[in-house]
Design a protein around this ligand. Structure first.
Ligand SMILES: [Zn+2]
Length: 276
């Protein structure tokens, strides 16, 4: 009887949301291995991301705020290239993703990665936090983890499941006219809506592993968060904190997991030294 109830329950859930259970990533050393329910295809979400990203970068270019400082752009590109190269440890198909990063001249403390690996970091994050390479790697590793885990797709799936309307703020960088399309929804989810604590924890853990594998001290994630918290005391709290809500256990979790991946960092560093 109990079993029958269970089967009925599962079937009902599947029918209700038209869901597909997927494993987006392998667990890695940090052991993130949760199964996810998706009601929308990766193809649809990725197509939306490409469209939103192209439009936002075109808008940024028009406003003269795209990649203005060549030295800063190169620094960010070098860091993200090293992180992206390690993403195959979690999912081999990421090697074929159309990864791209741009530096936006805006005073906001912000960075994000859309589905399919379309990234941006704002000058405000680098300058206001006086971010080290390790701290930039911590932010971007965390963002890349959201993309690898397809958290945006999962969040959109959940919204579809509850029939919740997705409002489009769209004031920033001209995403407004993307309207209620999938591109607008992807942009809204990536740029404006807060991540759940579960998604944040997964990205924190995968992020420190990506950083360590890429040869960045994973403990920089801790100093990054300390700087974020400090910046959050001011009159204009970091935009990044509104989409990545802090929680009490975060620093402890980051400390524990950055220690756990220290051997990967040591191996990456000795590998780099041997290669010289
Ligand atoms: Zn996050």
């Amino acid at each position: 009887m109990v079993r029958m109830f269970l089967i009925t329950g599962v079937t009902a859930t599947a029918l209700l949301c038209g869901c597909q259970t997927v494993e987006t990533t392998k667990g890695g050393t940090v052991g993130v291995d949760r199964e996810q329910q998706m009601a929308v295809s990766a193809e649809e979400v990725n197509a939306g991301a490409l469209k939103a990203y192209a439009q936002m970068m075109a808008e940024a270019k028009k406003k003269g705020i795209l990649d203005r400082d060549p030295a800063m752009v190169k620094r960010v590109e070098d860091i993200t290239r090293r992180l992206v190269a390690q993403s195959t440890a979690f999912r081999p198909d990421a090697a074929k993703w159309p990864w791209e990063v741009h530096v936006i001249t805006l005073d906001q403390v912000n960075a994000w990665c859309m589905p399919a690996g379309k990234m941006a970091i704002y000058t405000g994050l680098i300058q206001k936090l006086n971010a080290t390479d390790g701290e930039i790697a911590a932010v971007m590793g965390h963002e890349i983890a959201h993309a690898l885990r397809e958290h945006a797709r999962e969040r959109i799936s959940r919204q579809m499941g509850t029939q919740a309307a997705v409002g489009i703020a769209g004031a920033l960088l001209g995403i407004g006219d993307l309207g209620q399309s999938i591109a607008g929804t992807v942009a809204e989810v990536t740029l404006n809506l807060p991540n759940s604590r579960l998604h944040e924890t997964e990205s924190d853990r995968i992020g420190v592993e990506l950083a360590a594998r890429a040869g960045f001290d994973p403990r920089a994630a801790v100093t990054l968060w300390e700087k974020m918290a400090k910046a959050g005391d001011g009159s204009q709290p970091p935009k990044w904190l509104s989409t990545h809500p802090p929680h009490q256990d975060r620093i402890n979790d980051l400390r524990a997991y950055s220690e756990k991946v220290m051997p990967l960092y040591a191996a990456a560093k000795s590998g780099a030294a041997a290669g010289k």
